[in-house]
Design a protein around this ligand. Structure first.
Ligand code: 4AD
Ligand code: MG
Length: 466
C-alpha cells in the first residue's frame, strides 16, 4: 500500500473499462433486486463514488460487513453510470474489509443530527458531508493565505507560543507553569509547588501568547514584510458563537507602511483569499450554499468584486446614533462597538465589509500610533456581514517617548517590553500590520454559524475534549 494511490476524486476522470481500486469509508448502502449500491467516500472531494456490487460477486461474509462507517477497499472496473449526477461508477469485482463498523453502535448514522450532537463526536464528524467540506475548505484557505504572501515577497515567521509579555494588554492570558504538582493518582487534586514565579520553570510569569505581533514587529524591522500564521490563546470567559480560547491567527507586519497601506493590504488579502477558495473549492461551497447559508455564493462574489467601505469610528458612531434602532448596548463616542453595532453597519447600512479607522485610544491596545488629536489612534477593524470583526490591526507607534508614555498609561510595566522599546531606540521605522482570525474567515466563507464547527477540536470555557 503506497500513499501515491488513486483518490476517489481522480477515479471520476478515468476512462470506462479501466481496472482500479477505491479506498474509503461507506456512507450508505442500498440494496435493490440483488444489487447493492454503496456510496464510498475518502474525503478527497465532495462527491462520493458509487460502487455497484452485483449478486454473488462478494462472499456473504464480506457483503454483511459493508455497512455505514465501515472502511473498505473495492477492486473493480470503471463503467459509465446510468444514474443522474455522475458520469462513472465502479463495478466491483472484489473487496477487502479493513475495518467493520457495528451498525447498531456507529454514532454517525443518525439522519438529521444536530451540530451540537456532531460536536460531541468531533472525532468522527469529518466523515460526513458538512465537516468533510469544512476541513477541505480550511486547508484550501490556509494554502491561499500562504500563496498571497509568498507572491508578494513576505517571509513566513514562527513566533513563540510561550511568552512573558502581554501583547494586547487585556490580561486574558493562560499561565504556563510547572509549579503545579500532582498530589498523586488516588487524589486528583493539584497542589502549588511554589508561589514564587522566580522559582518557576521560566524564572518569571509566563503565558500562552495572545498574538505574535510584538515579535512579528521585531522581524519586520529587519526583513521588511513578514507574516505569522499560528495558534493564539485567550482566556476570556466568553461562550459566544464567535469566540474560541484557542484560535489561529494570521498576522502580517509591514515596515515602511502606514494605515492606508495596511487597509489596502487587508482588503486585497481578503478578496484574493476568498477568490481563491471560490475557484478551488467550488463543489464544497456549492454544498454550503444549498444547505447552510442560502446567500453564500452571492455575498462572496459580491465581496470579491466591490470595494470595502472605509469610515472613521467617529463617522460610524454618528450613523449608529442616527439609525433609529434600539440597541442593547448604548452608542456614544468612546463606547466599544458591540457585535450588534458591527452587524448593523455591515448588514443594514452598507451591505458589504466595512473598514473602521481611528478609534478612541482608550478602547484600543497600547501599541497603536496616536493621532495628532491626542484622542484617537491609527487603528483599523475590518467588519464583515454576519461575523462582525474579522480583522483587527493598526499603524504602530514608532516614537519611543510616546510608546513609553502609552505603556505606562495602560498600567503596564515597562521592563518586560525592553526589547520592544529597543526597536524604537535603534532604527525605528513607520510600520503597520493586522491580525485575521482564521476561524472567523472560515465562518464567513462556509456560512457555518458557530466557530466551534470550523476547527477540528474546539477549546472553549468548560471544554478541552479530544
Ligand atoms: O483584534 P485582535 O485582538 O488583534 C490582535 O491580536 C492584534 N495583535 C493583531 C495585529 O495587529 N497583528 O485579534 C485579531 C483577530 C480579530 O479581528 C478576530 O478575527 C480574531 O483575531 N479573534 C478571535 N477569533 C476567535 N476567538 C477569539 N476569542 C478571538 N479574538 C480575536
Ligand atoms: Mg480586535
Amino acid at each position: 500500500m503506497d500513499y501515491r494511490r488513486t483518490y476517489v476524486r481522480d477515479l471520476f476522470k478515468l476512462a470506462p473499462r479501466t481496472q482500479t481500486s477505491a479506498y474509503g469509508w461507506v456512507k450508505t448502502r442500498r440494496d435493490s433486486k440483488g444489487i447493492s449500491f454503496v456510496q464510498l467516500s475518502d474525503g478527497s472531494c465532495f462527491k462520493d463514488l458509487q460502487v455497484v456490487v452485483n449478486e454473488g460477486v462478494l462472499s456473504a461474509d464480506v457483503l454483511r460487513q459493508i455497512t455505514t462507517g465501515a472502511c473498505v477497499r473495492f477492486d473493480g472496473e470503471i463503467v459509465e453510470s446510468p444514474a443522474a449526477g455522475q458520469a462513472v461508477e465502479l463495478l466491483a469485482t472484489g473487496a477487502e474489509i479493513y475495518g467493520a463498523a457495528d451498525p447498531e453502535k456507529y454514532p454517525l448514522q443518525k439522519k438529521g443530527a444536530t451540530m451540537e450532537f456532531l460536536r460531541e463526536i468531533s472525532h468522527l464528524r469529518v466523515r460526513g458531508n458538512t465537516f468533510g467540506a469544512v476541513f477541505r475548505v480550511r486547508a484550501q484557505a490556509a494554502f491561499a493565505i500562504h500563496k498571497f504572501f509568498y507572491d508578494r515577497g513576505f517571509h513566513y515567521i514562527h513566533t513563540p507560543i510561550i511568552t512573558a509579555s502581554d501583547c494586547e494588554g487585556a490580561g486574558a492570558m493562560f499561565a504556563v507553569s510547572t509549579a503545579l504538582e500532582s498530589a498523586g493518582h488516588e487524589n486528583p487534586a493539584y497542589q502549588l509547588k511554589t508561589k514564587d514565579p522566580a522559582e518557576d520553570f521560566f524564572g518569571k510569569p509566563a503565558f500562552l501568547t495572545v498574538s505574535g505581533q510584538l515579535e512579528g514587529e521585531t522581524m519586520a524591522l529587519g526583513l521588511t514584510n513578514i507574516y505569522t500564521f499560528g495558534p493564539t490563546f485567550r482566556a476570556e470567559n466568553s461562550s459566544t458563537s464567535r469566540h474560541l480560547a484557542e484560535f489561529w491567527m494570521v498576522e502580517p507586519e509591514m515596515a515602511f507602511c502606514d494605515l492606508e497601506g495596511n487597509m489596502n493590504c487587508a482588503e486585497e488579502f481578503l478578496k484574493e483569499v476568498i477568490g481563491h477558495i471560490l475557484e478551488n473549492s467550488a463543489a464544497d461551497l456549492e454544498f454550503f450554499n444549498q444547505r447552510i447559508e442560502p446567500e453564500l455564493l452571492k455575498t462572496l462574489n459580491h465581496v470579491v468584486e466591490s470595494p470595502f467601505e472605509r469610515l472613521t469610528y467617529t463617522e460610524a458612531i454618528k450613523m449608529l446614533e442616527g439609525s433609529g434602532e434600539t440597541f442593547e448596548y448604548p452608542v456614544f463616542w468612546g463606547a466599544d462597538l458591540q457585535s450588534e453595532h458591527e452587524r448593523w453597519l455591515t448588514e443594514v447600512k452598507v451591505g458589504r465589509p466595512v473598514i473602521l479607522t481611528d478609534y478612541p485610544k482608550e478602547i484600543k491596545a497600547f501599541y497603536m500610533r496616536e493621532n495628532e488629536d491626542g484622542k484617537t489612534v491609527r487603528a483599523m477593524d475590518v467588519l464583515a456581514p454576519r461575523i462582525g470583526e474579522i480583522i483587527g490591526g493598526s499603524q504602530r507607534e514608532e516614537r519611543l517617548d510616546v510608546l513609553e508614555r502609552k505603556i505606562q498609561e495602560f498600567g503596564l510595566p515597562l521592563e518586560p517590553y525592553w526589547w520592544y522599546l529597543d526597536l524604537r531606540r535603534y532604527g525605528s521605522a513607520p510600520h503597520a500590520g493586522f491580525g485575521l482570525g482564521f476561524e472567523r474567515l472560515l465562518m464567513y466563507v462556509t456560512g457555518m454559524k458557530n466557530i466551534r464547527d470550523v476547527i477540528p477540536y474546539h477549546r472553549t470555557p468548560g471544554n478541552a475534549e479530544f
